[in-house]
Design a protein around this ligand. Structure first.
Ligand code: 4GY
Length: 238
């Protein structure tokens, strides 16, 4: 079948968290069908001492523990020995480039990504610098570890892989409105607890529906996300 499907390599202290949500629904079906591949390595397997120590106290003092550079480096080299060097090697952290659909498209388009998941206070800076890892953030908040961020990134990428989504048109239409928030959706019944579906959607006039949806997307974006609206207008897509 597909000889080299999109490959996600995970380095984590909590391998049992995977595949998690990406093992379900369309992404899970696609994983089972070999449309993409997931490998999870336990960072603890690369510890060097009999206690399998992965963390140590921070130089300079302070709360919490820091993941040891030698162990993380051994895990990175272990992944490389097993799978070859991933096209993009990413540390999930609030200090990184904020993930957006443009970055998701970039990452979905390469053969492989390695996602390094930190825990505790994080990873010794020297291994991140020496290995030249890219940092990616989901946003301005702090998770307990990188695992859920890695799953989020994988879910966003795998749904762009041809054959993963049930309805291929959904992704197409999405890129049409790229940069705007989605218009509102409705289904039956036409009246629910006294609330009606917008008349135009029932009319059967496809062009009117298209224009209405575009206007809705623009109105919603300008109201709720002035940052996206400013970008959209600057790019001048219409
Ligand atoms: N935000 N975006 C995020 C995060 C947890 C300690 C370093 C984020 O991506 N990851 O908050 N990660 C921390 C936990 C180690 C990562």
């Amino acid at each position: 079948m597909n000889p080299s499907p999109w490959h996600a390599q995970i380095l984590t202290l909590f391998p049992e968290m995977f595949p998690g949500p990406v093992g379900s629904a369309l992404a899970g079906r696609a994983l089972a069908d070999g449309l993409w591949k997931l490998d999870v390595l336990n960072i603890r397997d690369f510890a060097m001492d009999k206690h399998r120590t992965v963390d140590d106290t921070p130089y300079g003092g302070g709360a919490g523990m820091v993941m040891k550079p030698d162990v993380v480096a051994a895990a990175l080299r272990g992944a490389e020995a097993q799978f070859g060097r991933a096209a993009r090697r990413i540390y999930l952290s609030p200090r990184g480039r904020v993930l957006d659909q443009l970055l998701v498209e970039e990452l979905a388009a390469v053969p492989s990504v390695l996602l390094l998941c930190g825990r505790y206070e994080g990873i010794d800076q020297r291994v991140l610098d020496a290995e030249g890892l890219e940092e990616v953030s989901l946003g301005d908040f702090v998770l307990a570890g990188g695992e859920v961020a890695a799953m989020t990134l994988i879910e966003a990428c795998t749904r762009l892989i041809p054959g993963v989504m049930g309805n291929a048109q959904t992704v197409d239409e999405e890129s049409f409105t790229q940069g705007l928030l989605e218009y509102p959706h409705y289904t039956r019944p036409p009246v629910w607890e006294g609330h009606e579906v917008p008349e135009v959607l029932i009319s059967g006039h496809h062009e009117k529906v298209r224009v209405w949806r575009q206007r809705q997307a623009e109105a919603l974006t300008s109201l709720r996300r002035p940052d996206l609206w400013a970008k959209w207008k600057k790019v001048e897509k219409r």
